[in-house]
Design a protein around this ligand. Structure first.
Ligand code: FES
Length: 574
């Protein structure tokens, strides 16, 4: 049988001056003759960085992937791309998701790579790497870094982010001193890995697994568990098989795969950020996906994973209970799964999960005893959000799901910080906090500030939740009755920009309604008087971003990056 010729042979397989150049320089890494025999070359695309603590162990994990690649007869070549660490980057890591995706796409296309393993962890690293690889449409597999072990503090488990917000409220209300607050720092983050709640990192790893891009359990095994190393080894073997079988992303990222991911997100009570990221990924591979798909598909699925921030447990408990395969099995048994969707190992998602055990039905509940009856993401519309806004019912307060209240409006996040704890602020528990100019163009980058803390004077009275509305995002680890991603955003003149203190706003989640109770004539008057806010954009990449970023309902990708460009044949440079 004729030997298969891979793309990398255009570099390493030539008996010419160019072939000499491509091979010769690689030999300075100690590569012997036989590795240039036409075997698949596998890029290991790494977001390792000490500035991204959630991904700081990914160089070690990549070594395990490489073992598997060598063992299966491939040639592994690791390369770095920009890393987006949620806890350190300013103004927000989201500003750089699209930049990283460009880095990934162009690094793959420019180099002799036949398949790629995407080493991901912290929130934006997962969508960014999938987006970049999807635009190239080559065989690709996601290898997540895994969550941290459960935090342990004063005899209790503490979850990343979720308990930070709680402890911060305790500190602000004077219930704990600063020393106790500080002590929790090291207790919460006590091992390698990303956030140990079902925040955005865990959600996006679960999205990668449910669209078929990781091996089974890829999103669930703790980072510090040796079984993740074994999985990385198997990921290395699998990507070589994928290249041999030409199992490229467009064969896996089908409409059915995305529908499965939306239902999985509902069953998990996953992050609202998944909405934006999945729409952006679908846009890159050319699969239609809209906000309405999120509402329709998630609405009928109950939340069965009892995980923070919606529920009680952490990712370590979830893995011991059976992890994502147990959740997917449950979805399949209740007719909420496209069972034939293909995954990276060549099997369907149902073949991978149909016998997955559930060892703890308190952590992964049954559909007869769910954590929330209406899981999923509610997509709200009305004169305040003509292109949509989102709310996560499983993390919201039941008594606020239908609410009419007086707006307390903040022009931007600085205005909010300045006035939120002012004793003179005219606010009560029934008020609705409105935050403007934190959308994709306005911030820029659409920061995770939508879960505004409850004003101090209300916190002291025991108020823990109120309706909050903004064009921002919120951390996947956060909770509350929070309306996010209002589109179009205030900075481009969306109706949110026209809200004034004292306006009445109606929220009705069941009816999917978000209405500003101000007559059309008055809104028109305000619109004619509206002036765009001064942009905080500081030039450089930020200018490119602000000029081209799409609104949240379209995934906040850059308009010129949407779509698949494949692995074009590139000119030689010598
Ligand atoms: Fe990195 Fe939460 S800060 S995953």
């Amino acid at each position: 049988m004729e030997k298969k010729r891979f793309r990398s042979a255009d570099w390493f397989g030539k008996a010419s001056k160019d072939g000499f150049i491509h091979r010769s320089w690689m030999r300075n890494q100690g590569l012997p003759d036989h590795v240039f025999d036409g075997r698949p070359v596998i890029g290991v695309c790494n977001t390792w960085s000490e500035l991204t603590p959630c991904n700081a162990h990914l160089r070690d994990l990549a070594e395990r992937v490489k073992r598997g690649i060598w063992e299966a007869g491939g040639l592994p070549l690791e390369f770095p791309v920009m890393s987006t660490g949620e806890s350190n980057m300013r103004p927000t890591a989201m500003l750089f998701r699209n930049l990283v995706s460009m880095d990934v796409e162009e690094s793959i296309r420019a180099n002799p790579v036949d398949g790629v393993v995407l080493m991901t962890g912290c929130d934006k690293t997962t969508p960014a790497l999938i987006m970049g690889a999807a635009s190239c449409d080559l065989p690709a597999l996601v290898m997540p870094g895994g969550p941290m072990l459960s935090g342990k503090f004063h005899g209790h488990d503490v979850g990343s982010g979720t308990d930070t917000w709680r402890l911060n409220d305790d500190l602000r209300a004077g219930r704990i001193p600063f020393e106790i607050f500080q002590e929790a720092e090291s207790c919460m983050s006590r091992s390698i890995g990303h956030c140990n709640t079902m925040g955005t990192a865990s959600t996006m790893a679960a999205m990668a697994e449910s669209i078929g891009l990781t091996l089974p359990m890829g999103s669930s095994i703790p980072a510090a568990d040796s079984r993740r190393w074994a999985l990385a080894h198997m990921a290395g073997r699998t990507i070589v098989e994928m290249v041999l079988a030409d199992r490229k992303l467009s064969k896996i990222l089908t409409r059915e795969a995305f529908e499965n991911a939306i239902r999985v997100n509902a069953a998990l009570g996953g992050s609202t950020n998944a909405v934006i990221h999945l729409i952006a990924i679908a846009g890159r591979i050319g699969t239609p996906l809209t906000l309405d798909d999120w509402d329709r598909l998630g609405r009928e699925v109950k939340t069965i994973a009892n995980l923070a921030p919606s529920g009680q447990y952490l990712m370590e408990d979830y893995y011991y209970a059976g992890g994502l395969p147990a959740v997917i099995r449950s979805l399949g048994e209740h007719d909420h799964l496209a069972k034939d969707a293909l995954t990276v190992n060549g099997k369907t998602i149902w073949e991978n999960c149909r016998e997955a055990p559930n060892w703890n039905t308190e952590v992964i509940r049954g559909f007869d005893r769910p954590l929330a009856h209406s899981g999923g993401i509610a997509v709200l519309r009305g004169n305040l959000a003509p292109q949509g806004a989102v709310l996560k019912p499983s993390a919201a307060s039941a008594q606020l799901m239908r609410h009419r209240g007086r707006a307390v409006a903040f022009e931007n996040i600085e205005d909010y910080h300045c006035r939120m704890d002012d004793p003179a602020l005219d606010v009560d528990a029934s008020s609705i906090l409105v935050l403007k100019n934190c959308g994709p163009k306005g911030y820029p980058g659409m920061a995770e500030v939508g879960n505004m803390a409850v004003p101090l004077k209300l916190l002291k009275k025991g108020v823990t939740d109120m309706v909050r509305i903004s064009d921002a995002r919120m951390s996947g680890t956060a909770f509350g009755t929070v309306v996010l991603h209002v589109s179009p955003e205030a900075a481009i003149g969306g109706p949110l920009a026209l809200v004034r203190d004292g306006d009445f706003i109606e929220l009705d989640v069941e009816e999917r309604k978000l209405h500003l109770d101000v007559c059309d004539e008055e809104l028109e008057r305000r619109r004619s008087a509206w002036k765009p806010p001064e942009s905080p954009c500081c030039g450089g990449y930020q200018s490119l971003y602000v000029q081209h970023v799409l609104q949240a309902d379209r995934g906040a990708d850059l308009d010129f990056l949407v779509g698949q460009r494949g692995l074009l044949v590139l000119r030689e440079s010598h």
